[in-house]
Design a protein around this ligand. Structure first.
Ligand SMILES: [Zn+2]
Ligand SMILES: [Zn+2]
Length: 324
């Protein structure tokens, strides 16, 4: 399904099979989840995609063939291909396990053709092992929302009482991991969104309320999943001294100025950028063990435009494209 220009629907096209070069693998796509970032690409908010482009960066598939020099993965392996498609491997960030900050990173379904397809070529080093028994359509939604959420949760350290601002896909996935780790969760939604608040309680949060409300007790940490800068001072006000506020969105509206008092006493404010391979390996193993419920809704690949519309409409499920 090809993206040719912002604002235009995806077009079903028959393209020649891509060939894996040295260090690359050819993957038969089994499932590709639709991410909100895909919408930003299709709408032209992210302005420099490869064109024409096959979108999709939450891909699970089976390795078909491997290029020169590839030892792992091997044909038949089930792998995940995520947003961080390729890194230089030699810069200071890559050398220190922070390849998510590599200045030469290339992104799947943006700089590189992605998973809205039958097949794609991926860098062998970026392929994540998907544990046996994990259904591809269940695993695919983890590869972006799940990973970003997992990295954000990791940055809250050993915080016991964690607040979630926004309760979309990523927050719902993080909720399951955090509860598995024995943490206590509270959820904040758009003021008056009682439906999402009810969902949060149903999914195990001990309290859910409006983002403008204070939590019943100060938080040890908060994760801001909504792209709303106004939430940052509210989240800082809700965390206890020494607590962290982690922003999990790629884009966020401006953060209003706030009194230094909100940051004082060793509160930490930070962002999360992409994900590392280590995050992916850890989360997929943990997800299979818990097991994580990802709420996929399957669409045939040819109906990608409908899947995109479903992602735009939001809700408590994730559209997943399945070829064939
Ligand atoms: Zn690098
Ligand atoms: Zn994504």
């Amino acid at each position: 399904m090809l993206f040719e220009a912002a604002g235009r629907p995806l077009e079903l096209r028959d393209l020649p099979d891509p060939e894996p070069g040295p260090g690359e693998v050819l993957v038969d796509v089994r499932a590709c989840a639709v991410c909100r970032t895909d919408l930003h690409i299709l709408d032209g908010d992210l302005t420099e995609p490869k064109l024409p482009l096959v979108p999709g960066h939450q891909v699970v598939g089976t390795v078909a063939t491997v290029g020169d020099g590839v030892r792992e993965p091997v044909p038949g392996d089930l792998v995940g291909v995520a947003w961080l498609g390729r890194t230089c491997g030699t810069c200071a960030y890559c050398a220190s396990g922070r390849e998510n900050l590599c200045p030469d990173a290339r992104f799947t379904g943006y700089d590189l053709d992605g998973g809205y397809a039958d097949r794609l070529v991926a860098d062998a080093r970026s392929c994540l092992p998907v544990p046996a028994g994990f259904e591809p359509v269940e695993a695919a939604p983890l590869l972006c929302a799940g990973l970003i959420g997992y990295r954000a949760l990791r940055f809250t350290g050993d915080a016991r009482r964690v607040g979630l601002y926004g309760f979309g896909n990523a927050a719902r996935l993080v909720t399951q991991v955090a509860l598995h780790q024995g943490r206590e969760l509270v959820a904040f939604t758009r003021p008056g969104d009682s439906e999402t608040q009810r969902l949060a309680l149903e999914r195990g949060c001990v309290w859910a309320g409006d983002s403008t409300q204070a939590p019943p007790e100060p938080l040890d940490a908060a994760i801001v999943f909504a792209a709303v800068g106004d939430l940052v001072p509210l989240a800082l006000a809700a965390v206890a001294p020494g607590g962290s506020v982690v922003c999990a969105e790629i884009h966020m509206s401006d953060i209003p100025s706030f009194a230094y008092d909100l940051l004082w006493r060793e509160r930490v404010l930070r962002s999360v950028a992409n994900l590392t391979r280590a995050d992916g390996v850890e989360l997929l193993a943990l997800a299979a063990e818990i097991p994580l419920r990802t709420d996929p809704v399957v669409f045939p690949l040819a109906l990608a435009n409908d899947a995109v519309a479903a992602a735009r409409a939001g809700g408590a499920t994730t559209p997943v494209l399945v070829p064939g």
